[in-house]
Design a binder for this molecule. Sequence first.
Ligand code: GDP
Length: 324
Amino acid sequence: MKKAFITGISGQDGSYLAEYLLGLGYEVHGLIRPASRKDDALWRIESIRDQVKLHIADLGNSQQLESLVRTLQPDECYHLAAKSFAGIATGDGAAILQVNVNGTRHLLSALNSVAPECRFFFAGSSEIFGAAEVAPQTETTPFHPRSVYGESKVKGHELVHQYRDQHQLFACTGILYNHESPRRGFRFVTRKITSTAVKIKLGLEFELRLGNIEAERDWGFAGDTVTAMHACLNNVEAPEDFVIATGLTHTVGELLALAFGELDLNYESYLVIDPDFVRPKEAVPLVGDASRAKLKLGWQPRKTFEDMIREMVLSDLDYFSHLL
Ligand code: GDP
């Protein structure tokens, strides 16, 4: 039985990945932060809570991490934990760099010292391309981050390369484009729209305040993204990096029409453009070319954007109706 260790197991991606690996017969261990011990932070893994083993440790504590990895001796490590911010581009830049960069460094160093055969997956981000000059982006597109989060993901990616080249770890980065699901946090625009549309339908809210509705994204389904993570570690002989994307873009406006349409509502009657949420639109859209993943991993996304948004709306409808 293969053993997997997932950092960020209680997040959107961690929960889907844990379910997927359990289905493949893995023994699944997950890292959670001391602050996530409370049950309400573990709602995404509630249904598999007795099938996974949770370990409480701080990614900033290198000794704690090393002793955990030494005891576990995982075959595969999926490093998904990261600090991010959605919506307005503010946040504690130093804390983001501290957790995202040093956490990755500590984990790679621990694996290299006490479990060098373990295969390592790093959740990279399309934010490394930020102000890209070409679209679609591939594994060889130059990095141009325009946020601290993007910068932290570039540094994480460089660490992956360092440990791959200098220490021969099987380490790779999945350059992940936006991926959503009914488990997405409420601040991200997909969930903000589906949940608010439902609340309007139920009479719990009366407007939706958004930023730039011409903004476009390459939105995939998180349940598809996690299968690519597993393929990165299992479907190739040598570690490589892969863009994981749908290759399609949709605008926030399209998302709005779909989500409200599903509830027989016209979004224009409820939309308020709020300067607080406006972020400048990218001159070149962030859209990924996942041809390499298709060719070498045999991976491609399955769920369409339309089906995913519909499922998010229905899931929110179920959730908020029960709160009434
Ligand atoms: P990310 O910025 O790609 O990590 O994901 P988000 O879901 O936060 O944002 C996706 C896109 O939606 C961006 O281009 C935002 O500018 C746009 N957007 C427009 N209005 C909003 C809003 O009210 N909140 C958020 N989060 N994004 C918005």
